[in-house]
Design a protein around this ligand. Sequence first.
Ligand code: FES
Length: 238
Amino acid sequence: MNITLKIKRFNPELDQQPHWESYPVEVEPRDQLLDALHKVKWYQDGTLALRRSCAHGICGSDNMRVNGKNRLACKVLMKDIAHEGDTVTVEPMLGLPLIKDLIVDMEGFFAHYRSVMPFFVNDDPVPADGRERLQSPEARERFDEGTKCILCAGCTTSCPSFWADGQYVGPAAIVQAHRFIFDDRDQAADKRLEVLNEQFGVWRCRTVFNCTEACPRDIPVTQLIGEVKKALATGRLD
Ligand code: FES
């Protein structure tokens, strides 16, 4: 089918402001949006800048705003967003500094990620028999959803509270914190909860659900944020 890709372009060496440019593209219904963007970059305008790597929804590098909603370009099929003759709009994620075209500066996003200690903490000696620290299937299940996060930033950059103030730690960092807070082998839940109880922590969440809608891994992001709020309010991790 023939569609038009309307892409927000910005070259910091030439432009004062981003602007829209349109590209006619012929696509197959089951092509990824990433395929369509490649057709523009490879055959129409090689200066188009975008991040991508795996093309299979794993690396999280090609999240962008597609028809007004955050999506991984490699997980979106053309048949699901366009019919013959349609125009599809593609923009960079909102709320992070724009570098060029569809590329934003992720440093602030990863600074928030690092602030919640997204790593396993346990200072006990490893078991004498040399085996791993065992955990029941039920205890493992408790934090399973958070392990699916690929740090694409789709949730954080679809959040109005993050748009309003980029100091908000954001949904992705809270999901990463949740993954360790509710791991019964970990010993740093208190420290993470302390960070999330601060001014730009979890209470900035207004339960808008944009994050849940945007997650390409179907993580119930708003629910996990609610569980962290509950842990702070009750002092319990159940
Ligand atoms: S290119 Fe890796 S998630 Fe899309």
